[in-house]
Design a protein around this ligand. Sequence first.
Ligand SMILES: Nc1ncnc2c1ncn2[C@@H]1O[C@H](COP(=O)(O)OP(=O)(O)OP(=O)(O)O)[C@@H](O)[C@H]1O
Length: 660
Amino acid sequence: MAVMELRNVVKKYHLADGNDFTALKGINAQFEAGEMVAIVGESGSGKSTLMNAIGGLDSDFTGEILYHGHNLAQFSQQELVDYHKKSIGFIFQNFNLIAHLNLVDNVAMAMTLSNVDEKTRVARAEQLLTKVGLGDHMYKKPDQISGGQKQRVAIARALVNDPDVIIADEPTGALDAETTGVILALIKEIATEGKLVLMVTHSDRVAAFCDRELRIENGKLLATTPTSSPATTPAVGRLEKVANMSLAKAIRLAFLNMKAKFGRNFLVALGSSIGIMAVILMLALGKGVTTYVSSTMKSYTNPNITEVHKQAGNQQKAMQNPQQMDRAEIAKQQQANIAAMTGASGGGFTDKDIARLKKIKHVDRYQLGYSAFSMGNNAVTYHGKRASVLMLQTMSDNIAKSTIVKGHAPHRGEVVLDKGTADLLGKDIVGKQVTFDLKVGTKNLTKTMTVAGLYEAQTQSVSTMIVSYDEVAKLYSETGQTLEPNVIYLHTANKDNTKQIKNKVKKLGYTGSMQEQMTEMFTQMLNVITWVLTAIAAISLVVSAIMILVVLNISVVERTKEIGVLKALGARRKDIRRIFAAEAFLIGLFAGILGVAFTYGLSLGINRFAHSAFDITLVMLTPKYVMTGIILSVVISMIAGILPANRASKLDPVEALRKE
Ligand SMILES: Nc1ncnc2c1ncn2[C@@H]1O[C@H](COP(=O)(O)OP(=O)(O)OP(=O)(O)O)[C@@H](O)[C@H]1O
């Protein structure tokens, strides 16, 4: 029975001006297994159009093309794909080998698309390459062999899945006479082995080599041999189902192509990696600095304690809405705050304040405190050496024990000095008596005290004296004044409650410690800077996304013909989309890894410098940031790859193959 039967096949091309051009005008023919048929005719007569219809590349025709009795026009998408893979082998005039694949991979392509395992694939490709006389060239690339050799590879490729129809479109058109003879002999051998060979040719010599000749003229067949019998040929058996290409194989193909264009892909990935690097670096830098600030805060304060200060003046409420205050009001408030800080006026807690604060949930006890910042009023003298003291502070549970580096906490008549100031006065000052000139409230006073110990906190560099609260109260009463506490320390048994207490304190209109306020401000500023820089980095990511989109689009244009070949060999739209999506994925992955590597290198340098200069780790590159960078890179790249991948998958195989 006939392998192929054509019944009244009509093909019309729809033209831009709205008219139709009829390229095939009712073709009837019948082809048997083992036949080698020449399709001859003038240029433009419709030979390629007919072959495209028979080969299943163009389904837009009327009439019937029956393959073993199955009507091609009624094939589903998957059946057409299986038909390409298993039933039809194409040989093109210009060979259409895939330049970046070696000969074995080229020949095995239809098997790769059918998900055949590597061992079987390679064995079959090597066997066929040996058969067509290329046993010594199997791992060369197409541009390393001659034209005749390329066509032999194409023949081997057409045979790889053992199809029963071979469509050869001018297979010897690009070859010299001698090579033509060799190729024709090879093709003849294929027919003798029982396959149907349909060969388009212009050459009478080639046509004479075939078993019979079909001549097309102006879209019509001139019957040189009997046309098809009118009898209906029954469909025989089911069409063979073929497996589809797995994702892993699509990724492998993408990888091979990327390797071939390594320089270009490397540059694109390098460009994208800069944006990724900027993002990770910003995040890691932000993390490093905030961790440093909060850890130093924690190291010299007690986590169970909330330090409370009072906003000076009676504008406590208004300060919470600074946007509602005019500039004069803000300035007035700031001055009042400074006055309170220096202990000169205001800022004192009343009994009412204390009652409110101690009622806060989870507060189990409180401690009164006093701190004053003096502008050149306070000084300490020891054996004729004098140092000014900027900060007067009372001892509290909030001062971590570890910060008293020598001696002990101050009792009555004792003082703890910061280490810097103590060093100014001389060595071994602990236990010695020193004289203070102090401004207490609004009065001046000279007082002798014993140095009980030395204080050292990493973040506090102002000269400080620490005395007990009772001592300050005594100083006040000695000068006929009453001390109002301007700091209150709220204690909670469980440090997890501290945050809640701090929030409540703020809600009630009080503020935290000065360090806390500064840290908060600093962290906020840092956050803003981090986000601004991250936004800039994000812009560079958008730029890299556009770059990837452009490069992949160029790749689609460059590889249009390759895509046509892949489709002729049985690649589904999905396979083509996957190959391009996999390329985008690989570029993204590579860019992400490069970005992480650059960030790591930079972080080593920055941290080495930060360690030697400030003894801190400035860039904290955590696994979370590494993952964020890589995932971000892959996602951006894949998004950029969607359009080109879709475009590639939608290419019409006939048009793609026609592309010059
Ligand atoms: N996409 C198309 N749109 C409109 N007309 C087309 C299209 N493709 C082909 N044609 C026309 O259909 C006719 C048959 O073209 P086809 O390519 O089949 O000729 P051919 O016999 O293979 O020619 P050649 O030997 O030069 O390759 C030609 O007149 C051609 O101009």
